[in-house]
Design a protein. Sequence first.
Length: 182
Amino acid sequence: MEWAVALIIGIVIGGAAVFLYLKITSNKSLLNARKLAEAILEDAEKEAETTKKEKLIEAQEEIYQLKQQLEGELEQRKSQLSKMEYQLDQREVDIDRKAEVVDKKEREVEQQSKQLSEKEAYLQRKTEELHQLITEEIQKLEEISGLSREEAKQVLLKDIEKEAQEEGIRIAQNVLERTRVE
């Protein structure tokens, strides 16, 4: 029985030894599996970080290129806008200049029209004065000369014609002098 007890004790000790051995090896396998998993996980994280950095660099390069392209287009549009503004300013200057010329010509025309009206009025007054003088001269001649009306008219017409020519020459000379002065 001792023998059976020793056998049982041997089996129990052997079983415990096998159990311990299996546990130690399974712990080593588990530890190795954990280390392997950690290494795989670390490699995956490094690869993900590298990929992330590469993608970030690519995105930054693309953003930089788009920014350069947009800045170029913006600069081109600014240049076009500046050119258009300059052309518009030049057109406004031209229009203002032309408006000034038109205004000046309108003032000149108004002034000339006024002067012409004044000259017409002056000539009208002189014409009326001449008619009045002619009428008075006719009456005087008829009274003084005792000539017939027709005869008196002839004499008077010659005198008036002479005076009218002289007066017309004087008026024309005055008008020409005024025109030259202006």
